[in-house]
Design a protein around this ligand. Sequence first.
Ligand code: IDP
Ligand code: MG
Length: 151
Amino acid sequence: MADRRLGHKKGCIMGKTLSIIKPDGVARQLTGEIIARLEKNDLKIIAMKMIHMNLAQAEGFYSVHKERPFFKSLTEFMSSGPAVVMVLTGENAIVRYRELMGATNYKEAKEGTIRKDFATDIEKNVVHGSDAVETANFEINYFFNSFEIVA
Ligand code: IDP
Ligand code: MG
């Protein structure tokens, strides 16, 4: 069966992924540092804006996690302040961006990853990235309409 996640083969198709610099990253003035890392790693920004989600918007974004014990805390955190949402493109964008981010739990993240370098907490882990093609499509459409994404 074909692996539906992008990027397990080198040299495969261009992909798109949704990136969020979460409220902790924005509040700590890490936006520029994180964007520099994306660009240095050939992830191209094709849409970007700063938003401050309300609780319902954060719940809608993370609805996949609604049964998880951390859902309330996570959605309160995500709606606690401004975040920067971006669409990134590049070869194997989904997988390469997740590699740059590092593991969900920063204590398990590899050296040099964004979460290893900046996260302070398993929840307040600075960045979000889509994990598969289907979730990337849902997440991109959640925040951006077609006029906001450059060709
Ligand atoms: P991901 O962001 O690495 O894809 P997910 O499992 O999709 O990780 O979880 C979404 C977000 O929920 C995480 O980035 C983190 O902010 C938060 N989270 C995940 N697991 C926990 C936990 O065990 N406790 C508290 N927050 C968590
Ligand atoms: Mg996830």
